[in-house]
Design a protein around this ligand. Structure first.
Ligand code: NAP
Length: 250
C-alpha cells in the first residue's frame, strides 16, 4: 500500500462486488483508503473484493444493502459508521438496467431502475452527508453513464436515472461547496463488464461505430478517475461530469 494524500481515509463503495464498483474499491485501497464493500446479492464476489483490499493492507469489510431501500441504506450507513467511525468518500456506483422500448415499458421496469440508480444515490448521499459537513471534508463520486447524456433506444428509464444523477450532482455541488465537499459524476461509455459481455455481437458491432476510439473500455479506466476525484489533487473540482468513454459523448 503506497502512501497517498488520502491514505487512512474511509470510503463506502456501493455495488463493489463486481465490475466498475469493485475496480474503484481496489483503486481506493491502493491509495491506502479503507473501504466498506457494499453488495446486494453477490456475497462471495463482495468477499473477494474485501479480501483483495485486506491484502493491500487496508481495512475492509462487506456490507449487504439494497440501495433502493431507505431502511437498508440507513442500516448500512450506521454499520459502516460504527466500524470506521466516519465515511469520507462515497462512491454511488450500484446500478441496474431493465431495457425495453418505452411503448412496452412496464411500471416495474421504470420503478426498479429509477429507485435503484437515482433514489439509491439520494439515500446513500443524504445518509453520509451530515458527517462530512461536520468534518468539513468529503467526496461524493457518482457513476452516471454516457447514456444519460446522449440517450439510447430502449433505455428511457436508465437514461432518465443517469441524467437525473447529473442534475443531482450539479445542485448538491453548489449546496456543499463551502464545506469542502466535492460532488462529481463519472460517466462511463461501454466498459467490459458482465453487463456488456452479454450483449449480442450485432449490438456490440453497432455500438462500436459510435465510439471514436473503436473499442470498449476497461473497469480500471473508470476506477483511475474515481481514485483521482477522491484525492486531494482534485480538491478544486466539483459539480463536474467526466466522460470516460473513448470519445463517445463528443
Ligand atoms: P455490474 O458488473 O453489473 O455490477 C453492478 C453492481 O451493482 C454489482 O456489484 C451489484 O451488486 C450492484 N447492485 C445492483 N443493484 C444493487 C442494489 N439494489 N443495491 C446494491 N447494489 C446493487 O455493473 P457495472 O457495469 O460495473 O456497472 C456499475 C455502474 O456503472 C452502474 O451504475 C452502471 O449503470 C454504470 N455504467 C456501466 C457501464 C458499463 O459499460 N459497464 C457504462 C456506463 C455506466 P450485487 O451483484 O451484489 O447485487
Amino acid at each position: 500500500m503506497g502512501k497517498s494524500d488520502i491514505s487512512g481515509r474511509f470510503a463506502l463503495v456501493t455495488g463493489a462486488s463486481k465490475g466498475i464498483g469493485k475496480a474503484s474499491a481496489l483503486k481506493l485501497g491502493e491509495q491506502g483508503v479503507n473501504v466498506a464493500v457494499n453488495y446486494n446479492s453477490s456475497k462471495s464476489e463482495a468477499e473477494d473484493t474485501a479480501t483483495q483490499l485486506t491484502d493491500l493492507g487496508v481495512e475492509a469489510f462487506i456490507v449487504k444493502a439494497d440501495v433502493s431501500s431507505l431502511d437498508e441504506v440507513s442500516n448500512m450507513v450506521d454499520d459502516v459508521t460504527d466500524r470506521f467511525g466516519q465515511i469520507d468518500i462515497l462512491v454511488n456506483n450500484a446500478g441496474i438496467i431493465s431495457d425495453s422500448l418505452l411503448i412496452r415499458m412496464s411500471d416495474e421496469a421504470w420503478d426498479d431502475v429509477i429507485t435503484t440508480n437515482l433514489n439509491g444515490t439520494f439515500y446513500c448521499t443524504r445518509a453520509v452527508l451530515r458527517g462530512m459537513i461536520r468534518r468539513r471534508w468529503g467526496r461524493i463520486i457518482n457513476i452516471g453513464s454516457v447514456v444519460g447524456i446522449r440517450g439510447n433506444i430502449g433505455q428511457v428509464n436508465y437514461s432518465a436515472s443517469k441524467a437525473g444523477i447529473i442534475g443531482f450532482t450539479k445542485a448538491l455541488a453548489k449546496e456543499v461547496a463551502s464545506r469542502n465537499i466535492t460532488v462529481n459524476t463519472v460517466t462511463p461509455g461501454y466498459i467490459n463488464t458482465d453487463t456488456v459481455d452479454v450483449l449480442p455481437q450485432a449490438t456490440k458491432d453497432r455500438i462500436m461505430t459510435w465510439i471514436p476510439q473503436g473499442h470498449f473500455g476497461e473497469v480500471d479506466d473508470v476506477a483511475y478517475m474515481v481514485a483521482f476525484i477522491a484525492s486531494e489533487k482534485a480538491r478544486y473540482m466539483t459539480g463536474q461530469v467526466v466522460s470516460i468513454d473513448g470519445g463517445m459523448a463528443i
